[in-house]
Design a protein around this ligand. Structure first.
Ligand code: NAP
Length: 285
């Protein structure tokens, strides 16, 4: 298939390009400098030139705290940009994938969220992503909405790197114990999305590392697997005081009969640490 990937310079976008190439699709990955999803004419031109069978929209405004001050900008990319991409996909008779988030939920459920659970975002970012889901599905009936959570991977800042850096600099980290989610390795998610686009199961899919943990457990697992000595102190989200409210419990699971289940989140940590070692080996002396 011909696969056009927007936001191809981001954390997921780059792994998405690699995973689609590995599956022998013909891939055109465009980062923001080559395609701004809020530019309708540019999106239409890119689609009419490449004639994709599938558009995978990895472009997003992902700064959760900044979105609180600039909801308009978050909406422009995450909702209006999504609508533009999906409309162009429909025009080209192509499938479209919109990547969404666990932050569409309020975290009150206390058990892993299913696709049918009601969304009630707490933050501007969550609201913009929920709107983008709706706009994508409204434009193109052949839309896959893929909700994921707590992503980490090689192509962007992430929790695993942050923990390892703090351990190196201070030998101590402080992380929240009252935030629970499903850590997801971007390489595993990209492979899951490649499987998804080969089928016709349109609609919402929850796709995150299998299982759930607190940020505290996540940090401990990273240090255990990386064999790094570091003291892990716990705190609570209200003490931490991030600008945007985040759901306290946002683990995801799927109720779909033929769900694409990603590997357990601990395997994601192992895969990412192996990737980091391989990359460090390549760039060594
Ligand atoms: N990371 C997570 O923990 C997480 C969790 C749940 C869901 N998600 C979702 O997963 C998807 C991918 O996220 P990610 O972590 O890969 O984010 P990311 O690393 O921030 O990548 C997003 C990419 O989109 C680009 N972009 C921003 N505005 C654009 C525009 N107007 N046109 C084209 N490209 C634009 C960004 O470019 P610049 O950097 O140049 O702005 C960036 O390269 C997003 O939909 C996000 O909401 C992420």
């Amino acid at each position: 298939m011909k696969v056009l990937i927007t936001g191809a310079g981001g954390l997921l976008g780059r792994d998405m390009v690699l995973a689609a190439q590995l599956a022998r699709h013909e891939v055109n990955g465009l980062d923001r400098t080559h395609l701004d999803v809020t530019d309708e004419a540019a999106v239409e031109l890119a689609v009419s030139r490449f004639r994709p069978d599938v558009l995978i929209n990895c472009a997003a405004f992902t700064d959760v705290d900044r979105a609180e001050e600039d909801e308009e900008r978050a909406m422009a990319v995450n909702d209006e940009g999504a609508r533009i991409v999906a409309a162009a996909a429909k025009q080209a008779e192509a499938k479209v994938v919109y990547v969404s988030t666990d932050y569409v939920f309020d975290g009150e459920k206390g058990a892993p969220y299913l696709e049918s659970d009601e969304a009630a975002p707490l933050s501007a970012y969550g609201r913009s992503k929920l709107k983008g889901e709706g706009s994508t599905a409204a434009e193109d009936p052949r839309a896959f909405i893929v909700r994921t959570s707590w992503m980490f991977g090689h192509n962007g800042p992430n929790f695993v790197d942050e923990m390892l850096q703090l351990a190196e600099d201070h030998g101590e980290v402080v992380v929240t114990r009252d935030q629970v989610g499903s850590p997801t390795y971007s390489g595993h998610l990209a492979a899951g999305i490649v499987r998804l686009i080969e089928g016709e199961s349109y609609g919402i899919h929850h796709m995150a590392g299998d299982g759930a943990c607190s940020r505290y457990d996540f940090a401990r697992e990273v240090f255990d697997q990386a064999r790094v000595e570091c003291s892990v102190l716990s705190t609570t989200a209200d003490v931490f005081g991030a600008r945007a409210p985040r759901p306290a419990f946002s683990a995801l699971t799927s109720q779909r009969r033929h769900a694409i289940v990603l590997p357990p989140w601990r395997d994601g940590v192992a895969a990412y640490l192996a990737e980091r070692r391989a990359v460090a080996g390549q760039s060594g002396p």
